[in-house]
Design a protein around this ligand. Structure first.
Ligand code: SF4
Length: 238
C-alpha cells in the first residue's frame, strides 16, 4: 500500500469550477497544496502560504477527479502554496495523469529541485516563478538558496516537456535594472511570461495592498526591454 493510500493526501483544496486560463490550451481542474517556504508579501494564496494544513482524503480527491472527468476536464493544475514541498507529489501527479488521463501542469517557485527532478518526467507543463532578480530574493521573498533556483531552472530547460518562467510585475519593485537581471536568468528559454500585479485587501503585507495594478503600458515597455530573452514572451493582464 502506498503512502498516499494510507493517509490523507497533500491536496488541501480544489476549485469547484474548472479553469480556462491556468493551463495553456487545457480545460483544467486546479488543486492546491498548502505550505510554502517563501514569504511573499504579495501572495494571493496567503492562507496556504505559511504552514502545511490537513489534506483531503484520497477518496475525496478521486471523487473530484471523477466529477471533473465527466465535465470534460482534460488538465490538472497543481499549485500552492508550493507543491514540491509535498512528499506525496509524485503520487498525486500519477493519480491525475495515469488514473484519470489529465495532462498535468505543475506550478513551482523552484525551491526544491530534488522533488522537481522526481516528478518532471510525468509532468506536461512546468511554470516556475522568477520572482525578481536573484539579488533581491532574500529581501523580496525571504529565500536565499539561489543554487536551488538555478538547479530548478536547469532541470526545467533540459527536461520539461513544456514550460514557462514567469514574473508578476510590481512597478515599484520591478525596475528596469531588476528586469534586466531577470532577463539574464531566463535567457535562452522557451517561454517567459510577465503578468500584471493586482492589489487586494487580503495580501499578507499591507504595503502591497494599496499599490496600483501594473499598467499595460509598463508591461509593454518591459516586453521591449527584455526582448530576445526567450523564444516567446507573453504578457498577461496587459
Ligand atoms: S512562492 Fe507563491 S505561494 Fe509561496 S509565498 Fe510566494 S506567492 Fe505565496
Amino acid at each position: 500500500m502506498s503512502a498516499m493510500q494510507k493517509k490523507d493526501t497533500s491536496v488541501y483544496a480544489y476549485l469547484e469550477k474548472p479553469s480556462m486560463v491556468d493551463f495553456p490550451k487545457r480545460f483544467a481542474a486546479v488543486f492546491f497544496i498548502s505550505g510554502c517556504g517563501f514569504h511573499c508579501g504579495f501572495c494571493h494564496n496567503a492562507q496556504l502560504m505559511a504552514k502545511k494544513q490537513a489534506g483531503l482524503s484520497r477518496e475525496k480527491v478521486e471523487a473530484a477527479c471523477a466529477k471533473f472527468k465527466k465535465d470534460w476536464v482534460n488538465g490538472a493544475v497543481i499549485t500552492g502554496g508550493e507543491p514540491t514541498g509535498a512528499s506525496d507529489l509524485p503520487e498525486i501527479i500519477s493519480l491525475f495523469k495515469n488514473q484519470y488521463g489529465f495532462a498535468v501542469k505543475l506550478d513551482t517557485n523552484g525551491s526544491n529541485p530534488k522533488m522537481l527532478e522526481k516528478c518532471i518526467a510525468n509532468v506536461d507543463y512546468v511554470a516556475m516563478d522568477v520572482k525578481s532578480g536573484f539579488s533581491l530574493y532574500p529581501e523580496f521573498v525571504g529565500f536565499s538558496d539561489i543554487a536551488k533556483l538555478r538547479e530548478s531552472i536547469r532541470l526545467i530547460r533540459e527536461q520539461a516537456r513544456d514550460y514557462e518562467f514567469r514574473t508578476t510585475v510590481i512597478e515599484t519593485i520591478h525596475t528596469d535594472e531588476q528586469m534586466l537581471e531577470v532577463a539574464e536568468i531566463v535567457k535562452g528559454s522557451k517561454r517567459y511570461a510577465m503578468q500584471a500585479f493586482l492589489p487586494r485587501d487580503e495580501l499578507p503585507d499591507e504595503k502591497y495592498r494599496t499599490l496600483p495594478r501594473t499598467t499595460a503600458a509598463r508591461l509593454k515597455e518591459l516586453e521591449t526591454l527584455v526582448a530576445g530573452c526567450a523564444d516567446e514572451i507573453l504578457l498577461r493582464g496587459a
